[in-house]
Design a binder for this molecule. Structure first.
Ligand code: ADP
Ligand code: F6P
Length: 487
């Protein structure tokens, strides 16, 4: 019998909203975690517990468990947890995304940030409270589902929940998985000791701690050495802590290619494809798709394009750079400032090189998923240059939908690099000259090489089916998956 699954993550698969007619409408949640887990859970069934993030989510939360209405996820149940908006803001914006996200992506400007004070203290308290609510909800749902439940806790928002759940239900089988990088010990030392210890101790409440890439797993293991009394076996990737043995695993998330293709065949994507084709005319299309997010390195991407145009007069007037930036974490001042700077830089490139009939960069900060899927089909080269990224699913999705053998320019520091590097054009994300050269190589590339790289990229994505991620975690927990028997 496959194990019953309880997934917990901050963001759920569906964002609810009040429609114009007063009814509740459902829309896909943003980001790689939702993309990846929706596929995995739709195949296995189970229960997904997530935070209510909007007013309409909170209304849905009040109803208890629901089927995933209006979405493609009827195979599993959904339970949204409602929080008081001010505490949720402290937890989500104040702690998880202003402290933990910055920590694990090395985003601080150390002469000025971070500053730990009473405000961060309140944010931490809210973070503890939200984690406790998740742990209690998981314990309750686990009791309802009976023995042999697999608790799959996702991402940095819920770093404390594994230990809290273990305390509530010592026999619970718990996996924690990070969809982002993990800071090494030097950077972890920036956090005051009480926070650092609580975070590591929280994660080590799981039986298995998972990451997308070996580097993140190794940095976590090295960070565990900061815990007095922890015994870390780097070679076997095991931490002995509080009398238990915690396994650290590398388990890169695969892409649900069939689900993606199905979404891409929707009528709104077909319409968006026609519009983009008209917009692009006979120009060559350079594309980037990201959340409007500091770690995605949008700014250096535009600077690299500027250098490319400077060096390559022959491409002026013939290529357009389309940046589809999905709005993200808009209440955080650093995000608003960064997006503003990206737009200003795009405008400067346009002022410098543009003409009456040619606008080199089009940066669109909008939530338009159909347009994203349409653009994947049409690009001539895709730029994925994050400074640091846990995985980056865009790098996998683009090549699966693209119809023009467009090369992939990919940061060495993205988790996806380990699977795709052989077929991508590698860049150091901080080196704008190298990125400019990679743009030139991609656009100049002969047709046979483009086709060979496209085949290589697709085969690499196909080699890692999404079922593997889930089944590996279940077998690491000693439970039977949908595709594998118990280990
Ligand atoms: P991250 O998790 O940091 O956002 P990823 O590249 O791993 O980065 O994942 C981004 C995911 O969000 C991709 O699956 C992409 O297709 C999806 N996406 C892009 N635009 C939208 C949108 N407007 N709404 C919902 N999902 C989107
Ligand atoms: O993939 C990393 C991640 O932080 C997920 O946990 C999250 O759902 C996604 O990015 C999008 O971010 P947010 O949920 O803050 O919009």
């Amino acid at each position: 019998m496959p194990a019953p699954i309880v997934v917990a993550s901050n963001r759920g698969p569906i964002a609810f909203a009040r429609g114009a007619g007063g009814g509740i409408t459902a829309k896909r949640g943003a980001g790689g975690l939702v993309t990846a887990l929706s596929g995995a859970l739709a195949a296995s069934g189970g229960l997904w517990i997530a935070s209510a993030m909007t007013e309409a989510d909170r209304e849905v939360a009040a109803r208890g468990r629901v089927g995933a209405e209006g979405a493609d996820a009827s195979a599993y149940e959904l339970r949204y947890l409602g929080f008081e908006p001010e505490s949720f803001d402290r937890y989500y914006n104040g702690w998880t995304n202003r402290v933990l996200w910055f920590l694990h992506h090395y985003l601080w400007n150390l002469p000025q940030t971070p500053v730990f004070d009473a405000e961060t203290g309140e944010a931490w308290d809210a973070f503890v409270a939200v984690n406790r609510t998740f742990a209690e909800a998981m314990a309750e749902e686990g009791d309802r589902l009976g023995p042999g439940v697999a608790f799959l806790i996702q991402d940095y928002h819920l770093s404390l929940a594994p230990a809290m759940l273990k305390e509530l239900r010592p026999g619970a089988r718990i996996a924690h998985f990070s969809h982002i990088p993990f800071a090494g010990p030097s950077y972890m030392r920036i956090l005051p000791e009480r926070f650092r210890t609580a975070l590591l101790d929280g994660l080590l409440g799981a039986d298995v701690v998972g990451f997308h890439a070996p580097e993140w797993a190794d940095r976590f293991l090295l960070s565990c050495r900061l815990l007095p009394g922890a015994r870390v076996d780097l070679r076997r990737r095991i931490v002995r802590w509080r009398g238990r043995e915690v396994r650290v695993r590398v388990n890169p998330m695969g892409l649900d290619v069939e689900a993606l293709r199905e979404e891409a065949s929707r009528p709104d994507v077909v319409r968006a494809t026609d519009e983009l084709r008209e917009w692009k005319g006979d120009t060559t299309l350079l594309l980037r798709v990201d959340r409007a997010e500091l770690s995605k390195n949008v700014l250096r991407g535009f600077l690299a394009f500027d250098r490319f145009l400077e060096a390559r007069a022959d491409w002026r007037g013939r290529v357009r750079f389309l940046a589809l930036l999905n709005p993200s974490r808009e209440d955080i001042p650093e995000y608003a400032a960064y997006v503003g700077e990206c737009i200003r830089t795009a405008e400067l490139v346009n002022e410098r090189w543009g003409t009456d009939s040619w606008q080199p960069v089009d940066a669109r900060v909008r939530d338009e998923y159909a347009q994203t899927l349409a653009a994947y089909g049409l690009y001539d080269a895709l730029v994925v240059n994050p400074t640091l990224d846990g995985m980056n699913l865009v790098a996998k999705e683009g090549p699966m939908l693209n119809t023009r053998d467009g090369p992939l320019i990919l940061s060495e520091t993205a988790g996806a690099f380990q699977e795709l590097q052989r077929w991508a054009l590698a860049v150091n994300p901080f080196d704008v000259d190298q990125t400019a050269s990679a743009i030139a190589s991609a656009l100049d590339m002969p047709a046979d090489e483009r086709a060979a790289r496209r085949r290589g990229l697709r085969a690499a994505v196909r080699r890692n089916p999404p079922s593997r991620w889930l089944d590996s975690q279940l077998s690491d927990l000693g439970l039977a998956g949908r595709h594998t028997p118990a280990g």
